[in-house]
Structures are given as structure tokens and as C-alpha cells.
Design a protein around this ligand. Structure first.
Ligand code: CA
Length: 177
């Protein structure tokens, strides 16, 4: 603080212009920090399925619980949902599914059996978790699953091999932490 007083005693106008520069810089710096954080935390999401119109795959990780990703699943085809993070990747220690509020159109269309995998190069994948759901999904539920040996990866994917009771997949949101 001592130099602040020194500046103040020298010239009030210098203090005023310094304050003005700070006021101008603060929003610029905040915006830059926000952009970097977004690049790190928001992945590029893709799928091997053709999504229904109005229900794009990006709905699955858009922080909106009331919209959903939906797609018909051809018989015998494993569903892949791919998440790519910016260079440097991201550590994920748990993931969670959020179920919508549309009755069986939400609960029956949820996954039943899947693997959660990670990769550094899209060639070699390691299984971080695999699940077969035993308890029925409930409307509005958030169900979290923990990851074995969390580490920092650029690529993650869910390979879904079965749905609860439907040939259409619908997921409102997947979140990571
Ligand atoms: Ca959503």
C-alpha cells in the first residue's frame, strides 16, 4: 500500500488515470480467464448415431437439464458417445446421468449396460468403469458413478450396449467431476 500513498501524494491525476486503467482491464482479464476455463471444461461431443431433429448430441452436456439428446438405436449397434477435451485433457473422477421428467419416455430410454473409457490417442482405450443397471431409473434422478484410477485424458467415451427398455436412447444430461 505504501507506494499507493506515494502516488497519491505526488499527483491525484495519476491515481485517477491508474484507477481508470484498472477498471478497463478488469473485465478484459475476467473475460480471458472465462474463455480459457470454458475450453478446458466443455468437451466436443459426438456420437455414432443419427440424432432426432431438435435433440442434438450437444444437448447431453449443455448444463440444461430440461433438454435431451435422443436417437433411434439400430438393433445390435453399440452406442458411442465421444467427449474430446482441449489439449491437456481433463481429469474425471465421477460421471452422472440426469433423467428427464417425461415418464417412461425418459426412464425406459436410459442406458442399461455400458463402459466408460478413456484414451490419450483414440487408438488405445482403457476402461474406467462398467455398469449394468439393476435398479430402474426414476424421473428427475441424478445417478452418479465413480471412476477407477482417475487420470487426465483428452478423450473419453461411453460405449452403451443396451437400453433399459426401448430402441430409442434419450439422455437429458451427463455431468462430470
Ligand atoms: Ca441437456
Amino acid at each position: 500500500m505504501w507506494h499507493r500513498y506515494a502516488v497519491l501524494s505526488r499527483s491525484a491525476s495519476v491515481v485517477i488515470s491508474l484507477a481508470a486503467i484498472q477498471i478497463l482491464l478488469i473485465p478484459l482479464l475476467a473475460k480471458r480467464a472465462g474463455t480459457v476455463a470454458e475450453q478446458l471444461s466443455i468437451p466436443l461431443v459426438t456420437t455414432n448415431l443419427h440424432s432426432n431433429s431438435g435433440s442434438p448430441i450437444t444437448n447431453i452436456n449443455d448444463e440444461a437439464l430440461n433438454d435431451s439428446w435422443e436417437a433411434p438405436v439400430p438393433a445390435g449397434l453399440p452406442v458411442e458417445i465421444n467427449f474430446r477435451y482441449a489439449e491437456g485433457g481433463r481429469l474425471i473422477s465421477a460421471y452422472a446421468f440426469y433423467v428427464g421428467h417425461a415418464g417412461k419416455d425418459s426412464t425406459d430410454r436410459m442406458p442399461k449396460r455400458w463402459r466408460f473409457e478413456a484414451s490419450h490417442d483414440v487408438q488405445n482405450w482403457i476402461t474406467l468403469d462398467q455398469q449394468t443397471v439393476v435398479y430402474p431409473w426414476e424421473e428427475g434422478e441424478t445417478r452418479e458413478f465413480r471412476v477407477n484410477h482417475p487420470d487426465r485424458y483428452e478423450y473419453y467415451r461411453l460405449v452403451i450396449e443396451g437400453l433399459w427398455n426401448s430402441s430409442i436412447i434419450r439422455i437429458n444430461e451427463i455431468t462430470f467431476k
